[in-house]
Ligand binder design. Structure first.
Ligand SMILES: Cc1ncc(COP(=O)(O)O)c(C=O)c1O
Length: 237
């Protein structure tokens, strides 16, 4: 009965199955939990940073106070470090939550979202959540084809998601391709560069690209980015 009352698009969403707790897997395999290294969801087998543990302990002192949902000091610190204004930074409980915020901000029922074939699955899930339709541009050789994404634009397209690098394919899109893409992007479309794994990229030209504001070609794209594109990073791991 409750399903009938819920938003119909939710019925099409498969329930996410998180990985099993270490203890469950250990007991199933008959081994000690310490012998298992869990890596399925970006866990860090080296353990949490002692600095992070100290900061979390210190934060417990503030538990009686209502939490600062605006993350005032964290945004200030990130803004100083990254050279942006604090109002250009949004924080979420993981970047999945920020992707959902984008749905709240930009998507209506019946809109189109464009991404690549084999792109990170959350884009499609969030589009479905907001009643939008996902168009997946072809992805030859598992690379993201930005030209194909432009060709896929419809009058109903509101948001384009580009994971750079992509999960699960690892495909990395060059700054040159991004600049070309941005120069052809219609004014009314928001593009999201999801750089959740950017720091893992070993290719130096890609590692530098988000900060290459001094390069004339990139500065142009940086101007574009300020206006119509959003970068999604997950730095705090
Ligand atoms: C490309 C990409 N973006 C975003 C996320 C979501 O990350 P988080 O765990 O910070 O919500 C992931 C998680 O695997 C990802 O692969």
């Amino acid at each position: 009965m409750i399903w009938k009352l819920a938003n119909p698009q939710l019925r099409d969403l498969a329930v996410y199955e998180p990985g099993k707790p270490i203890e469950e897997t250990a007991s199933k395999l008959g081994v000690h939990p310490d012998s298992i290294i869990k890596l399925a969801s970006n866990e860090n087998p080296l353990g949490a940073s002692p600095k992070a543990i100290d900061a979390m302990r210190a934060a417990l002192e503030n538990a009686p106070l209502y939490p600062d949902g605006g993350s005032f000091y964290l945004r200030e610190a990130l803004a100083t470090r990254l050279g942006f204004a604090p109002e250009n930074i949004i924080l979420g409980n993981g970047s999945n939550e920020v992707i959902e915020f984008l749905g709240h901000a930009f998507l209506h029922r019946g809109d189109d979202v464009i991404t690549s074939e084999y792109a990170f699955i959350a884009y499609k899930l969030i589009a479905t959540l907001f009643g939008a339709c996902t168009i997946e541009a072809r992805s030859p050789d598992y690379q993201q084809d930005l030209e194909a994404m432009l060709d896929a634009i419809t009058p109903k397209t509101r948001v384009i998601f580009i994971a750079n690098p992509n999960n699960p394919t690892g495909a990395l899109t060059s700054q040159g391709k991004i600049d070309k893409f941005m120069s052809r992007l219609p004014e009314n479309i928001i593009v999201v560069f999801d750089e959740a794994y950017f720091e893992r990229s070993r290719r130096s030209e890609h590692r530098r690209s988000p900060h290459l504001f001094e390069n004339p070609r990139t500065r142009r794209s940086a101007d574009w980015l300020r206006h119509r594109a959003l970068r999604l990073n997950r730095r705090a791991r």
